[in-house]
Design a protein. Sequence first.
Length: 579
Amino acid sequence: MKCKNCNILLVLLILVTTHIPCYGQWAITYGESNHDSAYSIQLTIPDGGYVVAGENGINFWVLKLEPDGTVEWEKIYGGFTEDNANSIKQTSDGGYIVAGWTGSFSVNPIDAWVLKLNPNGSVAWQKIYDGGLDEQINDIQQTLPDGGYILAGSAECGLGQGDLWVLKLDSDGLIAWQNCYGGTGSEVAYAIQQTADGGFIVVGRMFISFDTWDDVWILKLNADGSVAWEKAYGGSADDHGYSVEQTPEGDYVVAGSTRSYGAGGTDAWVLKLDSVGEVIWQKTYGGSNGDRASSVQQAPDGGYILAGLTSSFGAGGHDFWMMKLHSDGTIEWEHTYGGIHHDRAYSVSETADGSYVIAGETLSFGAGAGIEEDFLVLKLDENGEVSDCDIIGTSTAVVTTTTAIAKTNNSTMEESSATASDTNISSQDTSAQESVICYFTSTIEVDIDIKPGSCPNELELKVKKEDVIQITILGAEDFDVTNINPDTIQLSRKGFQDGFTPISWKDKDVATPFDGELCECHKLKGDGYADLCLKFDASEIVSALGAANEGDVLELTITGELFDGTLIGGADCMVVVKG
């Protein structure tokens, strides 16, 4: 490999897109004339794209995106009242599970609603879960090894003003077990994750009574929903937990907001807990106004990535806010993203290339700019940037170490009595306007060897109809040629009107990448890594040359794509001989 970042394309104006060049970094809005908010985003496997869920006016809205941000498909699900999708995950069959609440099909003002989608977005099954009063789901995840689902949110079970609610479903959406957890106040779960021991970790908030404040509430549940341990964290004002993730060591990282501690107003709050909920470290991040961490994930290097919103920094109103923390909670980098109106990030996911994608809503950009919110999705590099994108700003968060003590709770757990019933809606295609705010892409330069083993690489002007020219894309320890899509390969040269496609190809180790100058001769043999050997019609290439003289050196270029859409390119030379 010679060059990792060549052939740069930048789009700095906001425009309506037709087809966006592949991969890279980008900021794109998706919207119509309604209020459109994205609450959940996840990387999809194996294509390296993304699935995004939220609301489109009054309906569930799901977008399946290609790795470059173009829409593969988009669909709404719902009725004539308000329906809101809060969480989406890819399932083991390549489809998706999406959950939230519905007012269109509920017996009560709102009921929990879950849709199982096929890979193309059509509905496999759909159910509401009604407990007699208001129920909603804020997070969902497929469970292993049973292929069922775990859901968390809130319900009015009668323990208090509202209760934290967890449901375990089988693979068909039938209820395996369901429990409410709480006290005499109001409780809600915002996130849930299956843990390495087969149980679950839940984060939310607990409001004990009207003369106290909300606390961050963590429950560790056993596989059957019984409580292994529970703890609350907070101070003299409202504190909320919105996201939790178990680390490979069996600890937990929690992200949310606090008014009890910090620089002022509301600050983002992150707690690193051990396996039984005791505090390892805790820190706030913020400024003088309102700041919040809505989503947290552990980064590949052992640090943490946070996405949320800030009104202490940025271009105006609320801005998307993203921070990369070291494993001890100190800040590695931080950025804002936004315009003059409100822009709020709700979800972050790691991408196929080890960088990050974040999703939320924007009032500053898109089809509804200044009037109604649109989905805003940003594909960032590993440093949280889109090159030369002027919606990216800086922040200088004040970091404080807080002193909250883990308080052991003794909440009431009670089996709830929700029933599952089918709904009967079909998905409807939408045609949202995609607006590109910024775009940057790069081409991976690959090593090319024309006629491996020959020196010089001769091109005879007298060729037979059946003659071929072999051109090889060389594999290496850091480059696997099986990731190349051969159907995208084009051979070209300055002066050719059109590129040429290979007539055949195969994987075989025939040569070694060469560190010398372009057109420098070598006869390096195989190195143990597979190469992509391409054969081209020699008569086509010679016919396209036109007038050529013996001794002319021709630089030939190979371009193409990997299966994930990443662009590749490389060159080598041939010397003209009369033959």
